[in-house]
Design a protein around this ligand. Structure first.
Ligand SMILES: *[C@@H]1O[C@H](CO)[C@@H](O)[C@H](O)[C@H]1NC(C)=O
Ligand SMILES: *[C@@H]1O[C@H](CO)[C@@H](O)[C@H](O)[C@H]1NC(C)=O
Length: 263
């Protein structure tokens, strides 16, 4: 391969002039890495041949690094001449992308917080609650648990702040605890997008027997209403039937009246 200053154009040329027909595969791609505040940027350009990265430009060092014998030779050659620097792409690509597409995420975004129950073991009386905060930005959140107004320290564990891969993050905090009746457990989330801590209280689902009682109660109520309506309709029907002979009598009355007028 002829030594070619690795610019975008050069890469395209080597791809199209390549020997793809014979089964060789050349590939080059650029990447922009940003810190959480989007201020520090690293531009990388990698060259691959048959899926092996053999050469990489790194804007932080402003140098080329070779990863194969050929790559090392080429890197040494390229590093000799400052005009081979690709540093301008930090501004031309990465900053442009940041300003055009990523300004929205420079703003802080509030998390969606949910509290749910993970398991309940009747034998051990142990329960586990999960507090999840989704889709916030930027990284840097505090999730804690409160039980009847006091901060819980025991039985608390948490995942790292996980990147969604789209500038947003999520985190999951677990609480192992022994439930007590009537207690109040809340998850407290602190993040720079929130003016005050977000408190999400665990809404306990009704215990099964209480739920059954509620269902039976509703059933009886509906049955009662249905019976009342049926009774009312029956009453209406019966009272109508009692008045209908009266209506049936009317022609007789008019008959008599017509008979009376005839006379
Ligand atoms: C680029 O160079 C810097 C400084 O040596 C280094 O910290 C960073 O890990 C390099 N990036 C990559 C992807 O190799
Ligand atoms: C439970 O505790 C939280 C935080 O201490 C509080 O905001 C919430 O009002 C309490 N709820 C009840 C039903 O007591």
């Amino acid at each position: 391969m002829r030594l070619c200053a690795p610019t975008l154009l050069c890469i395209l040329l080597s791809l199209f002039s390549g020997k793809a027909v014979d089964g060789y595969y050349g590939q080059g791609y650029w990447q922009c890495y940003y810190t959480g505040d989007l201020k520090t940027i690293e531009f990388l350009f990698s060259w691959y041949f048959n899926k092996v990265e053999y050469l990489r430009y790194n804007s932080t060092t402003d140098r080329y690094t070779g990863f194969t014998v050929y790559g090392e030779k080429e890197a040494a050659e390229l590093n000799k001449n400052p005009s081979n620097s690709l540093y301008l792409y930090v501004d031309e690509l990465c900053k442009k992308y940041r300003d055009e597409y990523f300004t929205a995420v420079l703003k802080t975004v509030k998390p969606e917080v949910t509290v749910s129950s993970l398991r309940s073991e009747p034998q051990s009386h142990l329960s586990m609650l999960l507090c999840s905060a989704y889709d916030y930005h930027p990284k840097g959140i505090k999730v804690s648990w409160m039980r009847d107004g006091k901060v819980v320290t025991e039985g608390v564990s948490s995942t790292e702040e996980l990147s969604n891969g789209d500038w947003y993050y999520q985190i999951h905090s677990y609480l192992d605890y022994i439930p007590k009746p009537g207690e109040n457990i809340s998850c407290v989330v602190e993040h720079e997008s929130l003016t005050r801590p977000l408190i999400q209280t665990w809404e306990r689902p009704l215990p099964v027997d209480q739920k059954n009682k509620l269902i039976i109660g509703i059933f009886l109520m509906v049955l009662g209403i249905a019976l009342a309506v049926a009774g009312f309709l029956y009453y209406m029907l019966m009272s109508k039937e009692q008045t209908s002979p009266g209506i049936a009598l009317e022609p007789t009355v008019s008959e008599t009246s017509s008979q009376a007028s005839d006379q």
